[in-house]
Ligand binder design. Structure first.
Ligand code: FE2
Ligand code: FE2
Length: 273
């Protein structure tokens, strides 16, 4: 299966918003070789790898160049020029064919070491932070993702709410179980689940941007669950805003948002667990 089996310490390379479709020539393979040179035991990718019509090619290249287990979630860009159903089907088929490739939505609770587990879900900006109906931010999502295009803003708001609720339901189902078994859990998701972790140029996004850049439903679930597990510890790894943030939401809940630049993918961090 390509899953971890040993309880020993692991080194994990965290990548986010690598947008491999923007790389030309050999730049993609050069970046993946740079990641491979770190000799990580596993790779964590918090979404926005490519676009709907390039996700299969890009994921296959990632799986072939990086021979260790690759755990990923999908970001909004990964659905551009396509729709949720087709991308989900493509990604599932590819994960069946590539034994080291693991989409975390389908992954359950993944043991990393004896005391640390991994869970993850794509997540989505659910429109609930900030002022959705007065926002003038026209996300490309609302043109290029079939499910979100050509609908009025009330229908779109409901769809975004539902996508946020799916992420929240996922952690409600898996995270308590993970925290009963492991002291530490890493949650990988694309969209920051808290306002404070949603930054641009160092500043917290304003009410115009927040509806499209944070997932309130997921954050509320995480806060509630971590209150029930004061001795546990959760680290959330996310991206989407392309602006770095490290925020301690509670003493047992830290959120890291990765910095990213189109055309210049980078390793965010090598985590030792
Ligand atoms: Fe991105
Ligand atoms: Fe994104």
């Amino acid at each position: 299966m390509g899953l971890f089996s040993s309880p020993a310490m692991k080194r994990l390379a965290w990548l986010t918003d690598i947008h491999l479709n923007f790389l030309e020539g050999t730049a993609c393979s050069r970046f993946l070789d740079e990641v491979a040179r770190e000799q990580p035991d596993g790779i964590l990718i918090s979404g926005d790898l490519a676009e709907g019509h390039t996700i299969e090619t890009c994921l296959r290249m990632v799986a072939q160049r990086l021979t260790c287990p690759v755990y990923f979630v999908l970001g909004n860009h990964d659905f551009y020029f396509s729709n949720f159903r087709d991308v989900h089907r493509t990604v599932r088929n590819l994960c069946h064919a590539q034994s080291n490739l693991h989409w975390l939505n389908d992954g359950g609770i993944i043991p990393l070491t004896g005391n640390t587990a991994l869970v993850g879900h794509d997540g989505w900006a659910d429109g609930r932070f900030g002022d959705f109906f007065n926002s003038d931010v026209d996300m490309t999502d609302y043109f290029l993702i079939e499910d979100l295009a050509r609908i009025d803003s009330h229908s779109r708001f409901e769809k975004l709410n539902r996508l946020g609720d799916e992420a929240a339901a996922f952690v409600d189902r898996l995270l308590p179980e993970a925290l009963r078994q492991y002291e530490r859990v890493i949650l990988v998701t694309h969209v920051p689940p808290f306002r404070e972790a949603c930054r641009y140029d160092g500043e917290i996004c304003d009410d115009n941007y927040l509806p499209h850049f944070a997932c309130r439903a997921l954050g509320e679930s995480l806060t509630n669950i971590m209150q029930e597990f004061p001795a546990g510890h959760l680290t959330v790894l996310c991206g989407h805003t392309h602006g770095r943030a490290v925020v301690e939401i509670a003493s047992n809940l830290v959120v890291k948002t990765g910095a990213a630049e189109y055309g210049a993918p980078a390793i965010q961090e090598i985590l030792t667990v």
